[in-house]
Write a protein that binds this ligand. Structure first.
Ligand SMILES: NC(=O)c1ccc[n+]([C@@H]2O[C@H](COP(=O)([O-])OP(=O)(O)OC[C@H]3O[C@@H](n4cnc5c(N)ncnc54)[C@H](OP(=O)(O)O)[C@@H]3O)[C@@H](O)[C@H]2O)c1
Length: 396
């Protein structure tokens, strides 16, 4: 029998992390959990450690680590608790690890994900912000180390499944005309502009088709999620921004499509459940059971498509502009968005002000080249400071 694949789950306590552990638990003959990480939900992390007996757990600071270590000992587990970013990087790069699931939300996931890349691991990427921030450097590091990068985002995983195996030769070389990136349109797809001023964080997080963490749920509501995904698609598939078209598809059954020069359009369909892309990427190039129910086309009955409305959802336009500008622009866009979304979730700003903050930050700071990781973090820090100044001037 072949050796069990050792899997580190960064962001194990989150929505993607839990779906990953659900799939892993279905295949004890294939996978073993090497490390689990959490940030605030540490009771849940303890329960996950009891369930999966990882070799390591990682928490953000020393006092939390001492508490978790004691609880683990009391539960009879040998799991060793590590601390902070150094701990995250250690469990990503450990020589015994085969696969790293990058499911931390936001910029905090960049260094641990890059540690996995540099160590040449198989990386299942959910943490799109890491790739958006550092695209060119990230992809260079993948090529240099020989890491295997597989997308977990349902759209990018769908595109990956619809692409020919040799797509890395270049889209025009393999006959691809464009990528059609589907979007549900989120909870406010049909909400008039005037009403968007009064929507609450809970309304923004009530996604019609997907159950997700709060940050990505707000991103879906503002369409920034699709903007970040557009940038992500450009890096993963070496596409220009004008080769990626966003298509609103409210049912979230088609997860994305690839349009070929001969007129063929290949799509990947499935129920909206992250366990499908997770199982696909975990087992790639094989297929394993994910626990997802078979698609019932008769129950779905119809599939609808619309063009996105960039007037009501300016985040999509801002992201496309950042994709075209390249260099420091996507890192600035991402950082300003993270600050703005946090402020919206804390009820300091109104929903349309998320886009106002990002637009203001991008207008104030010139785009500069980013030749190393320090330059990426410099752009990130600048954008956070500018967004903070906007909040000081305008928010409650
Ligand atoms: N949810 C989806 O269906 C979905 C689909 C596609 C892509 N994604 C992407 O996957 C990523 C995770 O999304 P999610 O919905 O799973 O988010 P989530 O439920 O909020 O989970 C985020 C995870 O990151 C951890 N975390 C948060 N801040 C951290 C920090 N500063 N340092 C270290 N760990 C930190 C959280 O720990 P605690 O919970 O312990 O605080 C949690 O484990 C995002 O980049 C998102 O865009 C998600």
């Amino acid at each position: 029998m072949s050796r069990l694949q050792q899997v580190t789950v960064l962001g194990a306590t989150g929505s993607v992390g839990l779906s990953t552990l659900d799939v892993i638990a279905r295949h004890p003959d294939r996978y073993q959990v090497f490390a689990l990480t959490g940030f605030t939900r540490l009771r849940e992390l303890l329960a996950l450690c009891v369930r999966h007996s990882p070799r390591f757990a990682v928490v953000p600071e020393a006092a939390a680590a001492r508490n978790l270590q004691e609880d683990l000992r009391a539960a009879g587990l040998a799991t060793q608790v590590l601390v902070g970013e150094a701990g995250l990087c250690q469990v990503s790069a450990d020589a015994d690890v085969d696969t790293v699931v990058a499911a931390i939300v936001g910029a905090a996931g960049l260094r641990p994900t890059l540690a996995a890349v540099d160590a040449g691991k198989k990386i299942l990427l959910a943490n799109k912000e890491a790739l958006v921030m550092s695209g060119a450097l990230f992809m260079q590091a993948v090529r240099k180390s020989g890491a295997v990068l597989l997308p977990l985002d349902s759209e990018h995983n769908a595109i990956f499944q619809c692409m020919p195996g040799d797509f890395a030769r270049g889209l025009s070389q393999v006959g691809v005309r464009r990528i059609l990136l589907t979007a549900s349109g989120g909870p406010f797809r049909q909400t008039p502009s005037a009403e968007l001023d009064h929507v609450s964080p809970d309304q923004a997080c009530a996604h019609p088709n997907w159950s997700m963490g709060r940050k990505i749920s707000v991103d879906s509501a503002s369409m920034m999620n699709k903007g970040l995904e557009l940038i992500e698609a450009c890096w993963l598939f070496d596409a220009r921004p004008d080769q990626v078209e966003v298509v609103i598809h409210p049912q979230s059954v088609i997860h994305s499509l690839v349009d070929y020069v001969d007129g063929s359009v290949l799509a990947q369909l499935g129920n909206p459940d992250m366990r499908t892309p997770i199982a696909n990427a975990l087992a790639w190039p094989e297929r394993i059971d994910s626990g997802v129910a078979p698609l019932d086309l008769f129950a779905i009955a119809r599939l609808d498509f619309e063009a996105p409305d960039e007037q009501r959802f300016p985040c999509l336009r801002l992201a496309r502009q950042a994709a075209e500008a390249g260099n420091s622009a996507p890192a600035m866009l991402n950082a300003a968005n993270e600050v703005a979304v946090a402020a919206f979730l804390e009820r300091r700003i109104r929903f349309p002000q998320i886009a106002s903050i990002i637009e203001d930050v991008l207008a104030r700071e010139p785009v500069v080249a980013v030749n190393d990781l320090e330059a990426v973090f410099e752009a990130d820090t600048k954008a956070r400071a500018l967004a903070g100044h906007w909040l000081d001037r305008n928010a409650g």
